[in-house]
Write a protein that binds this ligand. Sequence first.
Ligand code: ADP
Ligand code: MG
Length: 258
Amino acid sequence: MSLGSDALLEARNIGLSFGDFVALDDVSLSFRRGGITGIVGPNGAGKSTLFNVLGGQVRPRHGAVIFAGQDISALPAHRRARRGLTRTFQISRELGALTVLENLLLAFPRQPGEEILPVFFRKTAVKRAEEEAMEHARALLKRVNLWRLADAPANALSGGQKKLLELCRALMLEPAFVLLDEPAAGVNPVLVGEIADFIRILQGEGMSFGIVEHNMDLIAALCDPIHVLAEGRVLTSGTFAEISANTQVTDAYLGGVA
Ligand code: ADP
Ligand code: MG
């Protein structure tokens, strides 16, 4: 396990409450540059809330989010995405009605400065941006074997294919870091393997990840280090072998089930 100076993304002393309920209680943890960092913990531990704080969807009461050495706590989600920090989102009912390809094209950011260009140049710039987006979308869909379904509505995809589409949507932004919240939930085992392989390949290309997941095979295969959250706190961090041998961790899971 390696923490600290090689961190690409860090949560520092994050605190967040919903009314009287403390969802995150002074959470500090980091995500390795070039690595795949796991977050596990019982339901209600605060995992998704933490990802919302990191992604900029929710503001914490206190604490800071550091990305590539800079405090990004005050930045809204779209500006974090522009800096290379993004996350997957479930394909909503509305997006499900659109085709697979349209889902990707919608994820592409508008070109900076587009609005201030004269009309002639703007048209050219927009056209070029659209062509680039199309090229990028086609390449991504081919990589995950969904190009043949490009014109199908997203709703027609299986659970696992939807997860791949969600990941591709995030990849349209060419991120340095992607947060994945339960990428294997509701996915058949064959596709879980494909998703894991794809994440590994992307890691090999230099991308870093944070993954929340209940599928321990996926966590064991991909993640180091792994942070264990329980009741809004970091219980422990370590390799899969280390956290599996920790009785506090097993107790927390049993407590979560009871
Ligand atoms: P996890 O992803 O680890 O299962 P969450 O981060 O989704 O847990 O939720 C942590 C706790 O915060 C849960 O008890 C949940 O009910 C509560 N919670 C999450 N979001 C809200 C919200 N918007 N309003 C009130 N309570 C919330
Ligand atoms: Mg969750």
